[in-house]
Design a protein around this ligand. Structure first.
Ligand SMILES: Cc1cc2nc3c(=O)[nH]c(=O)nc-3n(C[C@H](O)[C@H](O)[C@H](O)COP(=O)(O)OP(=O)(O)OC[C@H]3O[C@@H](n4cnc5c(N)ncnc54)[C@H](O)[C@@H]3O)c2cc1C
Length: 303
């Protein structure tokens, strides 16, 4: 029996673990991925807006977080696949069969990339569909690529790929790009980049490797196929709440609804970080919410 069971070891979960340890709470952290850090691992730009520390990228900040938590007196299990959770009983059963119980649960499961749900999207992962314009661009160097999405991440990735690809076609649903001005101004004038607004990709086609995408453009009579050998999808994020969907109050987009003390609709169950913060997801917000939840739990347990 633990005092606190934290699910997720991104910025929020690690902060909560650090605070729970400092407050003398017997704590375990379960992380489904191989390594801790969550979204920080996919931040390739410098982080300069998290007060107190500037880092070259998210991984460096994650490493600082590890430095400050690794001597902590709490359990941290990575590759921890959860089979089911009973929030009211505050019990978690892992796929390995282990059953864990705690007085309080903190949900810190963050966000995952939204998917399109179109044919070809899962089949061609690693075979033309790339995850990151920074990390994977050697895989599509010299190839024609399609980037799907109209926000900052799509625009930034399109510009990164345009450094190594002869053509980059950015396809997005809206009339205007949602990306910040710096990107929105550069894209249409870049000699390798073509922007297709009010357009939707219906299918990703190929045999061994991606060969084309099928696009429908507003005003066009019918969808057409465009030859590409690389695809990158950036259409936003959604919260990792499927595993608790039936058990606590979520908003219409699936984010956990919390009160000012990060408490959820279930007694002694808290939610912190991006999973409970649809409006302003930030590292500072995630770290702060972790501290709040830990302090509230400690005061309830009178530690
Ligand atoms: C490209 C990019 C750039 C960004 N730049 C900035 C910036 O400059 N400044 C800033 O403040 N913010 C920035 N952010 C946002 C910031 O990274 C996030 O707000 C913050 O990292 C969220 O932390 P989190 O712990 O709430 O969630 P996450 O980082 O999403 O972590 C959640 C963790 O939970 C784990 N998990 C999920 N489901 C389960 C499960 N069922 N069981 C166990 N574990 C699970 C995940 O594997 C993950 O490790 C950026 C984000 C991105 C993607």
């Amino acid at each position: 029996m633990y005092d606190v069971l934290i699910i997720g070891a991104g910025a929020a979960g690690l902060s909560a673990a650090r605070w729970c340890d400092e407050l003398g709470l017997d704590t375990i952290v379960l992380e489904s991925a191989e390594e801790v850090g969550g979204q920080l691992l996919s931040v390739h730009n410098p982080i300069e807006n998290y007060l107190g520390v500037k880092t070259a990228n998210g991984r460096e900040l994650r490493d600082r977080f590890i430095e400050q938590t690794q001597d902590g007196d709490f359990d941290l299990w990575t590759n921890a696949a959860i089979d089911r959770v009973d929030l009211k009983a505050r019990r978690v059963i892992l796929r390995s069969g282990e059953s864990l119980q705690s007085i309080a649960i903190i949900i810190a499961t963050g966000l995952r990339r939204r998917s399109l749900g179109i044919p070809g999207e899962t089949e061609f992962v690693g075979r033309g569909i790339i995850e990151s314009g920074a990390r994977d661009r050697e895989l599509v160097k010299g190839k024609d690529v399609c980037v799907i999405g109209g926000g900052d991440a799509a625009a930034e990735n399109a510009l990164l790929l345009a450094e190594v690809c002869p053509t980059v076609t950015l396809v997005h649903r809206g009339r205007k790009l949602r990306a910040r001005r710096e990107f929105a101004e550069q894209l249409p004038t870049h000699h390798c980049v073509t922007v297709f607004p009010e357009s939707v990709v219906h299918r990703i086609l190929g045999t061994e490797w991606v060969e084309a995408v099928e696009i429908e453009r507003a005003g066009a009579l019918k969808p057409f196929q465009m030859a590409v050998q690389g695809v990158l999808i950036r259409i936003g994020f959604e919260p990792n709440t499927d595993f608790v969907r039936e058990q606590l109050e979520l908003d219409d987009r699936g984010y956990v609804v919390v009160g000012p003390q990060q408490e959820t609709s279930v007694v002694n169950v808290f939610a912190i970080g991006d999973v409970a913060n649809p409006l302003a997801p930030t590292i500072a917000g995630a770290v702060g919410a972790g501290a709040t939840a830990a302090k509230v739990i400690a005061s309830r347990l009178k530690k």
